[in-house]
Design a protein around this ligand. Structure first.
Ligand code: ATP
Ligand code: MG
Length: 137
């Protein structure tokens, strides 16, 4: 069984989308093995998005992601990494397929409601960044 790191970003939390997104996860059949609402420390955000450090939007991205509470979620399920990415849809909501979270709830690339790990290596790294030993089911 595969595990992935999912997150509801500050725009999604602020807009009250947490229950809707958790319902989609539940209905899909994924098991939530970890869940916390938290303020992301700046250092964690810089590590989490480290691959984008040199991109022009990096500062804006870190400011946004640390600007309000996020909901960190550890998901377990068959093919959960790719499956959760498919449920989110494309990074730019304008390109996201109908019925995906980003198509249904987001209008901009910068504030696109959710995050999902993009590979097994990212999933392992990101789960360890947000959840300590013994915190996950
Ligand atoms: P995430 O990593 O948040 O799940 P993603 O994997 O679909 O999203 P990435 O390419 O990893 O997309 O970009 C990370 C995040 O950085 C995006 O979700 C978006 O919020 C922001 N971002 C990416 N590209 C841009 C851009 N051109 N302008 C502004 N923000 C951007
Ligand atoms: Mg990404």
């Amino acid at each position: 069984m595969e595990r992935t790191f999912a997150m509801i970003k500050p725009d999604g939390v602020r807009r009250g989308l947490t229950p809707e997104i958790l319902a989609r996860i539940h209905n899909k059949g994924y098991r939530v093995v970890g869940l916390k609402q938290m303020m992301m420390p700046r250092e964690t955000a810089e590590q989490h998005y480290g691959e984008h450090r040199e991109r022009p939007f990096f500062g804006e991205l870190v400011d946004f992601i640390t600007g309000g509470p996020v909901v960190a979620i550890a998901l377990e399920g068959e093919n959960a990494i790719a499956g959760w990415r498919a449920m989110m849809g494309a990074t730019n909501p304008a390109n996201a397929a109908p019925g995906t979270i980003r198509a249904d709830f987001a209008t901009s690339t910068g504030e696109n409601v959710t995050h999902g790990s993009d590979s097994p290596e990212s999933a392992e790294r990101e789960l360890a960044l947000f959840f300590g030993d013994g915190e996950l089911l």
